[in-house]
Design a protein around this ligand. Structure first.
Ligand SMILES: [Zn+2]
Length: 159
């Protein structure tokens, strides 16, 4: 298969994540954010999204390398945000089965939408590393650390 031969019909709009200024109100909550998603499937396609609601998931099966990287980057943003925007996240990868996550809690509401998940490694400013998991129901992220769902950030950010 030659991946360079893309027919004009298969051209589609790319899912993009942009940095914007000044900060905008998140589409789903009152937080201000400098991240905006361009999602060609939804209107309006310009969607400011905070770190909690900021999953950048390309809805197409033929996602590009850039779109996949934007997704992992959005997971990274969320994990950092949960850690008061300190430290770094050197590792993010998709996982196949969220139910295998230690301490995984089934969503309360009946939802047709499958949840999706990632394994991440967080590194604190003092160098201490923590392996954790992130789950999304496509609207928001959830963070699992040490076998339990975290319900709060380290600090609630004052914007
Ligand atoms: Zn939000």
């Amino acid at each position: 298969m030659n991946e360079n031969s893309v027919s004009p019909e298969s051209k589609r709009e790319e899912y993009k994540v942009l940095h914007v200024w000044p900060p905008q109100k998140c589409l789903l909550c009152d937080r201000l954010t400098v991240i905006a998603h361009i999602d060609p499937v939804f209107l309006p396609d310009f969607q400011p999204k905070c770190a909690l609601h900021g999953l950048a998931r390309c809805p197409f099966l033929d996602e590009t390398v850039e779109e996949r990287e934007a997704e992992l980057e959005s997971v990274r943003r969320f994990v950092l945000w949960m850690h008061a925007d300190t430290g770094r996240v050197p590792l993010v990868s998709r996982i196949a089965d969220v139910k295998a996550i230690p301490g995984y809690e089934e969503p309360d509401v009946e939802d047709d939408e499958e949840e999706i998940g990632w394994a991440t490694r967080y590194e604190a400013p003092d160098g201490v590393r923590l392996d954790s998991y992130v789950v999304s129901d496509y609207d928001r992220f959830f963070l699992y650390e040490n076998g339990a769902l975290l319900h709060q950030r380290q600090i609630e950010q004052v914007v």
